[in-house]
Write a protein that binds this ligand. Structure first.
Ligand SMILES: [Zn+2]
Ligand SMILES: [Zn+2]
Length: 264
């Protein structure tokens, strides 16, 4: 039984898939739950890109999907919030008004520089890049209240080959602080399986997941981060096996921001 908690639709400016097509695929793939998590990125460093959503339209469209398909699949209203230190309060206010089931806190920028176009990496060694990224992440965890999980924790390795060669086990001292802050705040992490599609590897390695588990981390969601309907729940069986090997017994589903543990 799959719970895909990172799924994009036409409300994301980088996605052309109609939400109804995504939901219909999710039903075909026999997903138990699908959580739509379209992008909001306020004050994005590249002003030519607009990652903002009309939240009233978004809500009413999700309600329409529930009315149409709700007897066949549970549809959750999520969001992928692009977080930056200087917009934390704004993000909190938006989430408080938005009646969401689930919120991913994702860093798509660092130091107000783009990760995707690699501006952030220029002039930094891989270690300097990681340390700055984790410093900003820690600030956001401590100050952003209304989120459920940290999105694609190792996104730096997605965009920079030098960084991708680093081993996250060399950063366990920093990750320990980050994981402990998440755990005391009842927040979790997601396992983002999109890297299995475009890099044929899991960026969040089993060693890191094992470390999270050893510190008492329990909240984990799985997300395909798909922008097309046919890769929903991609690689989830493989992840279930990894999680069970480590000793995890549950993954997490959410409703009205409340976690619920689902046995795997
Ligand atoms: Zn993202
Ligand atoms: Zn995403």
């Amino acid at each position: 039984m799959y719970y895909d908690y990172h799924v994009h639709s036409h409300f994301s400016s980088d996605c052309d898939s109609q939400m109804k097509d995504v939901i219909e695929s999710a039903i075909e793939f026999k997903l138990k739950e699908v959580c739509i998590t379209d992008h909001i990125d306020y004050d994005y460093c590249d002003p030519s890109i607009n990652f903002e959503i009309d939240l009233n339209q978004y809500s009413s469209h999700i309600q329409l999907m529930r009315d149409r398909y709700g007897d066949r699949i549970k549809i959750l209203k999520g969001i992928e919030m692009g977080i930056q230190p200087h917009i934390v309060d704004k993000c909190d206010r938006i989430i408080e008004k938005g009646d969401f089931d689930f919120v991913i806190s994702s860093m798509h920028t660092c130091n107000r520089q783009d990760l995707y176009n690699r501006d952030f990496f220029k002039g930094k060694s891989p270690r300097e890049a990681y340390l700055k990224y984790f410093e900003e992440m820690l600030f956001c965890i401590k100050n952003f209240k209304n989120f459920s999980v940290l999105g694609h924790l190792n996104i730096l390795a997605r965009y920079d080959d030098g960084v991708a060669k680093e081993n996250l086990t060399d950063y366990f001292d920093v990750l320990e602080v980050i994981f402990k802050e998440l755990i005391i705040r009842d927040k979790g992490i997601e396992i983002n399986t999109s890297s299995l599609r475009y890099k044929d590897t899991l960026l969040l390695s089993p060693a890191v997941l094992k470390f999270y588990h050893s510190l008492g981390g329990e909240i984990i969601t799985l997300g395909s981060d798909t922008h097309v309907p046919n890769t929903l729940a991609h690689g989830f069986d493989y992840i279930y096996d990894i999680l069970k090997d480590i000793g995890f017994k549950y993954i997490t589903a959410f409703e009205k921001m409340e976690p619920r543990f689902v046995r795997i």
